[in-house]
Ligand binder design. Structure first.
Ligand code: TXA
Ligand code: MG
Length: 318
C-alpha cells in the first residue's frame, strides 16, 4: 500500500519485512541489513541472482565508518562532496556485514540518499537499509511509487510515497583499485563532476553486465517492447514505418502517421532534466502496445553519457 507514514514503514521494517523506499535516484526495495531473512526476500522478490550485491543506505557520512574499513582518502573526499546524494562507494567491508549483501565479496556498496523521506526514515530506525532498485531483475527502474506498486503491489505492505525521483537515474558507482577511483557504473553524478574533485578517473563500466557468474546477461533496464537506439530518428521512423512506433527524443516532436507517441525528455535540452524523465517515459511507452521504441542517442557528455549507457543496455537483444 502506498503511504506517507514513516511510522508504518518503520513498523514493517522492524518486523523484518521489506518496503518500497523513495530516493532521489530511483525507488528501492529496502530491508534491514542485519536481517538475513529480509535480505533474502529482496532477492526473491526481484528474482535477482544472488551473485549481484546490494547497496547499503546510511543516514550520514559518520555511519560509513561502522560499515567499511581502510577507506581511501579519495573516497572520503567524494563522500564529503556528494553525500547525501547519488554517489555509491565500493569500500572494504567490515566483518559484520552479511555476505548476502555483498555476494561474498570483500567489498560493500554504500551511499547516503538525498531524499527527505528516506533520510527521515533512516533517522528513525537503528539499522541501515539494504536496497536495490525496486524493479524485477532486468526491467525498467521505478521513479514513482505507482511504478513500484505496479511491479510489487501485492507483495509489499508499505510503499513510502516520495514523489517523482528528482535525479531519475541510478547513483554513480565508484570503486577503488590501489586507492585510485574507478567508475563501475555511470549514473546521476557525471564523470566531469567526479573528476572535479579527485582528478582523472578510469571507467570500468562493465561491472553491471560483465558475467560475475556464467550466463549472466547484459540486457538491463529494459522495456518489454523492442527498443533501438538511433542517431537519426526521422530516418529510422521511415525505415520502420509499417510498425506502431514510439519515440524517445531529447527535444523534438516527431510528426509521422506511424508514430503513436513521442516522449520529449527536455524541451530546453537539459540533460539532467532528461535523466529525470527517462524511465517514466519508458514505462509510459511500454504500456502502449507498440512494436518498436526508437530512442535518440543523446549528446555524450555529462549525464548524457549515463542516459546513453542505460539506453544501450535497454537496446541489447539479449
Ligand atoms: O541509485 C541507486 O543506486 C539505487 C537506489 C535505490 O539507491 N539502487 C540501485 O541498486 O541502483 P541496484 O541493486 O539496482 O544496483 C546496485 C549495483 C549493482 O550493479 C551491483 O552489482 C553493484 O551496485 N554493487 C553492489 N555492491 C557491489 C560491490 N561490492 N562491488 C561491485 N559492485 C557492487
Ligand atoms: Mg537496478
Amino acid at each position: 500500500m502506498i503511504t506517507n507514514k514513516i511510522q508504518d514503514a518503520k513498523e514493517a521494517l522492524d518486523k523484518d519485512e521489506i518496503i518500497g523506499l523513495p530516493t532521489e535516484t530511483v525507488y528501492g526495495l529496502a530491508g534491514n541489513i542485519y536481517c538475513d531473512q529480509a535480505l533474502e526476500k529482496i532477492f526473491s522478490l526481484k528474482k535477482r541472482p544472488f551473485y549481484n550485491p546490494l547497496i547499503v543506505h546510511i543516514k550520514s557520512i559518520d555511519d560509513v565508518f561502522k560499515i567499511a574499513e581502510n577507506i581511501p582518502e579519495k573516497a572520503i573526499q567524494l563522500a564529503n562532496s556528494f553525500w547525501p546524494g547519488p554517489l555509491t562507494l565500493i569500500l572494504n567491508k567490515q566483518s559484520h556485514i552479511s555476505p548476502i549483501i555483498t555476494a561474498d565479496k570483500p567489498t560493500v556498496a554504500v551511499r547516503v540518499p538525498n531524499h527527505p523521506v528516506a533520510l527521515e526514515l533512516l533517522r528513525n530506525i537503528d539499522y541501515p537499509l539494504a536496497a536495490p532498485s525496486a524493479n524485477p531483475f532486468g526491467s525498467i527502474s521505478p521513479t514513482t511509487s505507482k511504478h513500484v506498486q505496479d511491479y510489487f503491489g501485492e507483495e509489499l505492505s508499505v510503499i513510502l510515497e516520495g514523489g517523482s525521483c528528482l535525479n531519475g537515474i541510478e547513483s554513480t558507482i565508484i570503486g577503488f583499485e590501489n586507492d585510485s577511483p574507478i567508475v563501475y557504473r555511470l549514473g546521476a553524478i557525471s564523470i566531469e563532476e567526479i573528476e572535479s574533485i579527485v582528478g582523472k578517473v578510469a571507467i570500468n563500466n562493465h561491472s553491471e553486465s560483465q558475467p560475475t557468474a556464467p550466463g549472466m546477461v547484459s540486457k538491463h533496464y529494459s522495456p518489454r517492447t523492442r527498443l533501438i537506439l538511433s542517431e537519426n530518428v526521422m530516418e529510422d521512423v521511415e525505415k520502420y514505418n509499417k510498425m506502431r512506433i514510439g519515440v524517445i527524443s531529447l527535444y523534438q516532436e516527431m510528426n509521422h502517421s506511424s508514430v503513436i507517441s513521442t516522449e520529449i525528455l527536455s524541451p530546453t535540452k537539459n540533460l539532467y532534466e532528461a535523466a529525470s524523465k527517462l524511465y517514466a517515459a519508458m514505462h509510459r511507452l511500454d504500456k502502449l502496445k507498440l512494436e518498436i521504441i526508437i530512442a535518440e542517442v543523446l549528446p555524450n557528455n555529462s549525464v548524457g553519457k549515463s542516459i546513453n549507457d542505460r539506453l544501450q543496455r535497454a537496446a541489447k537483444e539479449q
